[in-house]
Design a binder for this molecule. Structure first.
Ligand SMILES: [Zn+2]
Length: 253
């Protein structure tokens, strides 16, 4: 089978969610194992994630769709993590076609065997990547990155294996060899959001200050994934919140 794998977000305006886990980083971690396993089972895998920095949202999405259509793959798989209000949890897989629904159901079943609540397959006719790809297409929201218990259950090998099993019906040993295989892991763009006003950036590229006036927020960054956010906003309230790449966020106030 020819399969397109799309590692969600990671460029310009197209950003993933941040919670106890960072969506972009986590997707690239378990997603590279999905690619490895599918290749091991003999499938032809195309990575359709854009590698260019600074794309607009529509450019980022259109790139993924065009590549999948160009390669005429049999299945398009977009990998994501969900985020809502910190309380929602579980896995869901979004689809648009009947064939997509079959895959979505199987993948939900497999991921829920890892202890995640099965939120089921969801018909999403307006999702850009589902609507514009010419083949069965699914978008996997493996779990909620802003839900602590969901994040604690995360195991990259088990999650990748569940997805592979949902797609192919087969299981594969992902931990077997530790030798570096030729896997394309798309890079993550560390550029600064363009809706912010940057007042300072250090000369060695590490550390910057970001201001989001419409949210009453100033953020002090070590890098894109490690920062302290200070907010004073009429609707969203006040916080001093610490984010780290590995531990997620913690409210200091
Ligand atoms: Zn996403």
């Amino acid at each position: 089978m020819k399969i397109a794998i799309d590692f969600g977000h990671g460029t310009g305006e197209d950003r993933g969610a941040n919670g106890y886990k960072n969506e972009e980083l986590t997707v690239r971690e378990y997603g590279s194992l999905v690619v490895k396993g599918l290749k091991k089972l003999g499938h032809l895998v195309y990575n359709v994630t854009p590698m260019q920095n600074g794309m607009s949202l529509i450019q980022s999405l259109a790139y993924r769709v065009s590549m999948a259509n160009y390669y005429k793959v049999d299945l398009f798989v977009s990998l994501h993590l969900n985020a809502f209000n910190g309380k929602a949890y579980g896995c869901e897989v979004e689809y648009i076609s009947d064939k997509g629904k079959e895959y979505a159901n199987k993948i939900c079943d497999e991921i829920s065997k890892l202890g995640y609540k099965n939120r089921g397959s969801k018909y999403r006719p307006n999702l850009y990547v589902l609507k514009n790809t010419n083949m069965p297409a699914i978008l996997i929201e493996s779990f909620f990155c802003d839900n602590k218990r969901d994040c604690e259950k995360y195991n990259k090998y088990k999650l990748a294996d569940a997805i592979i099993k949902g797609v192919t019906g087969e299981s594969v040993d992902l931990q077997e060899d530790n030798t570096k295989q030729n896997i394309d892991i798309p890079s993550i763009n560390h550029s600064i959001e363009n809706n912010s006003y940057v007042v300072w950036q250090s000369s060695n590229g590490l550390g910057y200050l970001e201001s989001i006036p419409q949210k009453g927020r100033v953020i002090i960054h070590l890098d894109k994934y490690n920062y302290i956010s200070l907010q004073d906003h009429e609707k969203e309230g006040n916080h001093i919140r610490l984010y780290t790449r590995t531990k997620g966020w913690k409210d200091l106030i």
